[in-house]
Unconditional design. Structure first.
Ligand code: GLY
Length: 256
């Protein structure tokens, strides 16, 4: 606060209850009257394996989640998503768009960490791998207040993404490192590589951000999807490339 490293955002301190447990991302399309849930997903925020070190914008995500059963999803819907949307409507500000509550699954049940009115990043990448209905049709239906009329189809598969970062991120990092191997990575089945912090310089693709690329994949199971994504991620090179090797690990070894 003294050094004003967060600018105006650092002028005020809010003291909140510490929420302990796994963090999950919930997304719902809303047209102001009706809403439709996405499958639940999980981002990985910490830079280090085993959820250690500073927070990032999110460096790897998975969906759906084996540790969320229908009953828990229903509870999240009934206690968090529906009342929030209803309250906004009751206050005369019906919400149209994507409501994205970040939740912590505490031992006392799901609790709200934050609300966003947008897609999560990198969650959007894995949702686009599963979404079979045209996103534009859903957006149009939401704007027209006709979400109830549209059937949103999700692929019956597991999706994941691994974010390749610049060394030093989320602290300071160097840019302009030449990237190679993307075409080779895409030879792995079901891989799409999303660009986040890249640019072309002198005809070459180079790093231009902390989160450089998102390597996403699909599989019949989470394990299959992660295996493909990691094989593809290994084929991409740039100086200082860093990524967590344990994305999805806790979900993979989750036992009921
Ligand atoms: N995945 C974290 C965020 O988009 O805020």
């Amino acid at each position: 606060m003294l050094k004003k490293i967060f600018g105006a955002a650092g002028e005020e301190v809010v003291i909140e209850e510490f929420l302990e447990g796994p963090e999950i991302s919930i997304h719902a399309f809303s047209d102001g009257r009706n809403y439709k849930m996405f499958p639940p997903s999980q981002d990985h925020k910490k830079i280090g394996e085993g959820n250690t070190g500073p927070n990032t914008g999110g460096i790897g995500a998975i969906t759906p989640l084996p540790f969320i059963d229908t009953q828990l999803l229903q509870e999240i819907q009934n206690k968090i998503v529906a009342p929030t949307l209803q309250a906004m409507s009751d206050e005369g500000r019906p919400f149209t768009g994507i409501l994205y509550p970040g939740l912590i699954l505490t031992k006392d049940g799901p609790k709200i960490l934050e609300f966003n009115a947008r897609f999560g990043d990198p969650e959007a990448q894995i949702y686009m791998r599963l979404l079979q209905t045209d996103l534009l049709d859903i957006i149009d239906a939401a704007i027209d207040g006709k979400l109830e009329e549209i059937k949103i189809k999700w692929r019956d598969a597991a999706a994941c993404n691994i974010v390749l970062c610049s060394a030093g991120y989320p602290g300071s990092y160097e840019k302009g490192k030449e990237i190679s191997g993307i075409e080779n990575a895409k030879k792995e089945k079901d891989i799409i590589v999303f660009h986040a912090g890249t640019k072309t310089e002198g005809g070459n693709l180079v790093t231009n951000g902390g989160r450089v690329l998102g390597v996403s994949s699909l599989g019949k199971s989470l394990g299959e999807s992660l295996g493909k994504a990691y094989r593809a991620a290994d084929k991409i090179s740039f100086e200082g490339k860093y990524y967590r090797r344990d994305i999805g690990k806790s979900a993979l070894y989750f036992k009921n």
